[in-house]
Design a protein around this ligand. Structure first.
Ligand SMILES: *Cc1c(COP(=O)(O)O)cnc(C)c1O
Length: 360
């Protein structure tokens, strides 16, 4: 295939074409260094400038206050499921909201370090909604309160935080970081894998309030946030190429108008796709309550496995790939991250309408 397609993958996912082109242009010779970024020493001034500007870009985009540290690590969100309790569970008690596969995995790791209270759970309806949360049921002495802000598999989002008092809020934002504006000061720690919405696989972002760093002694060096804070994410060799791509993505986003620009665009994009599903005879959305619907991941299906298969096959022939749903939900899923152009969403919506007419 020589042309580009609309890639609805849940991750690793679509990246801005301008970023891929910029990286291609600099592939052999980065800013006159005579080397490509992959070949640069992470101790070189060339590279220091790259990681510094990646951090500065993210700080600017998210309005991150000075008392938060920005880390670029490895191991994915999955390693954070363990690192967070390891570093934060002083009292060995935490509250979790269970909204899907990723929450469950985070809960399973936290349980290895202490008591986990589930204060909200939507497993009864295949995680198709965000559970009501009652602050009266929260633990006053919890080390933290954990939410998955966007449920990549089930297509719900939880960005309206309940009041947790002094209990720090920790959020897995793997699949919706930089998708909409929010107040960073309401969170104590935000983390995720970069490969959904902001870059390539191999980089993990952690934004952590500094008072949470270094609370527990004796943590293995590479698993202690303190190590990475003290060494500017360069205690060992960081994922240099991935961080460079993040920097290009952040610069690109800032040029277009930052998170505000993307939030408006993402709302339009999600509406285009959801309207097509809601207005069809054949298709149903997994998440029915509008307030719970993710801007990033839209699972949908028909009642027939054969029709789902036919849809996926014909969509691929029309240049729309990776629309197959996660095995735990079935059907289809359109991941429409920041870098998915609105034209891709319109193309999908038109295709849903056409398929509906032909098959209903
Ligand atoms: C993909 C994903 C993960 C797992 O990320 P890895 O980087 O592969 O470990 C965790 N949480 C959410 C919400 C995800 O979408």
């Amino acid at each position: 295939m020589s042309k580009r397609v609309y890639n609805f993958s849940a991750g690793p996912a679509v990246l801005p074409e301008a970023v891929l082109k910029a990286a291609a242009d600099e592939m052999l010779n980065y800013h006159g260094s005579g080397m490509g970024v992959m070949e640069l020493s992470h101790r070189s001034s060339w590279y220091q400038e790259i990681i510094d500007s990646a951090e500065a870009g993210l700080r600017k985009l998210m309005n991150i206050p000075d008392n938060y540290k920005v880390l670029f690590l490895q191991g994915g969100a999955s390693l954070q499921f363990a690192m967070i309790p390891m570093n934060l569970m002083k009292n060995k008690k935490v509250d979790f909201v269970n909204t899907g596969v990723w929450s469950k995995k985070a809960i399973a790791e936290a349980k290895k370090f202490g008591q986990v209270n589930i204060v909200g759970d939507s497993s009864d309806k295949t995680f198709s909604y965000v559970p009501e949360l009652d602050p009266a049921s929260f633990s006053k002495d919890a080390d933290y309160f954990h939410v998955t802000s966007n449920n990549t598999i089930y297509g719900t989002k939880l960005m309206d935080l309940p009041c947790t008092g002094d209990v720090p809020v920790v959020a897995d934002m793997s699949s919706n970081i930089l998708s909409e504006e929010f107040d960073m000061t309401k969170y104590a720690l935000i983390y995720g894998g970069a490969q959904k919405n902001i870059g390539p696989a191999g980089v993990t972002f952690v934004i952590i309030r500094e008072d949470l760093v270094g609370q527990i002694e004796g943590i293995p060096t590479m698993l202690d946030y303190k190590t990475h804070v003290e060494n500017g994410s360069m205690f060992n060799t960081p994922p240099t190429w991935g961080i460079y791509i993040l920097r290009l993505v952040f610069d690109h986003m800032l040029k277009l108008g930052g998170v505000k620009y993307y939030e408006e665009l993402n709302k339009k994009k999600a509406k285009i796709v959801y309207d097509a599903i809601d207005n069809s005879k054949l298709f149903k959305a997994h998440v029915t309550a509008e307030k719970d619907r993710s801007l990033m991941n839209i699972p949908f299906f028909t009642d027939s496995d054969d029709l789902n298969k036919k849809f996926l096959k014909e969509a691929e022939a029309a240049d729309m790939v990776n629309l197959k749903g996660h095995r735990s939900v079935g059907g289809m899923r359109a991941s429409i991250y920041n870098a998915m152009p609105i034209e891709g969403c319109q193309h999908l919506a038109d295709f849903i309408a056409k398929f509906d007419k032909e098959n209903a």
